[in-house]
Write a protein that binds this ligand. Structure first.
Ligand code: 13P
Ligand code: SF4
Length: 318
């Protein structure tokens, strides 16, 4: 595993070197569906937040290299403290996690009864997890909400769009922290209407982080892994995909005959790409594996507090 003298970055085939270094460092490379295609293609495991957390928990590799965003790598460290966790870019954050610092969550919680149950979406910091009763991801959120006794007040943070969707799905009242994802609130209704007129047979499929008005017109709503399996299993031939455009790579690979159209943002920007996920590049990934840094480190007391609600989630979604 030890880092020996390595060639200069300009002289190597990055993808070949990543594959070689993974073996040499006894590292597992976990990647989220929103990573760029080249990174997905060299990963040992690609998945949604829940699947990646499970994979991180069970790996026997000495090093976990996490191609995703900060909260995902933190989750890996919380569940697997004895492994070295490295990330291509420590600054790869998330607008949901960044918009909900622990002190602001605490202030918001203080407005509600002490025995209220806080369910936090996994897109939050370890400090926010430590102040939560249960964690959920978009794949298991409905089950987690339904597990809370009916007489309890539920506080849901930090994604108000996912929260509002869950209220509709479960019929449970929940207080919603006012956070959003900058990628999923970018889709243009005006352009979507135009697209649907041009492709009347295409199904609109959406991640629950999208805004209510978009979700109300969607044919199917689900986490990234559920959107992927829907496209593979469903009989339609064309889909408009309202989530980060990185998912299209696995959809194209797994359902090669289908037409996939990325839902467009309002402006002439690439705003349907997550700027945090896209901070990770093959160059940075190569360097992370070569130098075994930057590393994700965590205070043990914080880790233990953040682990409790994560363990609760894993038990409930087994
Ligand atoms: P999934 O768990 O559905 O992959 O979602 C992660 C995420 O960051 C969505 O924006
Ligand atoms: Fe966070 Fe949105 Fe990026 Fe997902 S897509 S990591 S929720 S900013």
């Amino acid at each position: 595993m030890a880092a020996a003298t390595e060639p200069d970055i300009g002289q190597v085939d990055l993808l070949d070197e990543i594959v070689r270094l993974k073996k040499e460092r006894n590292a597992v490379l976990l990647a989220h569906f929103y990573q760029e295609s080249e990174i997905q293609d060299v990963a040992d495991f690609i998945g949604d937040s829940l699947a990646l957390a499970r994979e991180a928990e069970k790996t026997k590799a000495e090093v976990i290299c996490f191609a995703g965003v900060h909260f995902m790598a933190e989750t890996a460290k919380i569940l697997n403290p004895e492994r070295i966790v490295v990330v291509p870019d420590l600054d790869a954050g998330c607008s949901l996690a960044d918009g909900c610092p622990a002190d602001r969550l605490e202030q918001w919680q203080s407005r509600f009864p002490d025995d209220a149950v806080t369910i936090s979406y996994i897109n939050c910091s370890a400090a926010v997890k430590a102040r939560s009763d249960i964690i959920c991801t978009s794949s298991n959120a409905k089950k987690i909400v339904e597990s809370v006794p009916a007489d309890k007040t539920i506080l849901f943070a930090p994604d108000k769009n996912l929260g509002r969707y869950l209220i509709k799905e479960t019929g449970r009242h929940m207080e919603l922290y006012p956070g959003t994802c900058i990628v999923h609130e970018t889709f243009s209704e005006r352009k979507l209407v135009e697209l649907r007129t041009r492709h009347p047979d295409a199904k609109l499929i959406a991640h629950p982080e999208c805004e209510e008005s978009l979700l109300d017109t969607a044919d199917y709503i689900g986490s990234t892994s559920k959107l992927l399996s829907f496209v593979v299993e469903d009989a339609a031939e064309a889909y408009i995909v309202a989530t980060e455009s990185g998912i299209l790579h696995q959809m194209q690979k797994n359902a090669p005959g289908k037409t996939l159209i990325a839902a467009p943002p309002e402006g002439n920007c690439a705003c349907n790409e997550c700027p945090f996920m896209k901070l990770n590049t093959p160059e940075k990934l190569y360097l992370a594996l070569r130098d075994l840094k930057p590393r994700l480190e965590m205070d043990e007391e914080l880790r233990l507090r953040a682990k409790k609600p994560l363990d609760r989630m894993l038990e409930l979604s087994a």
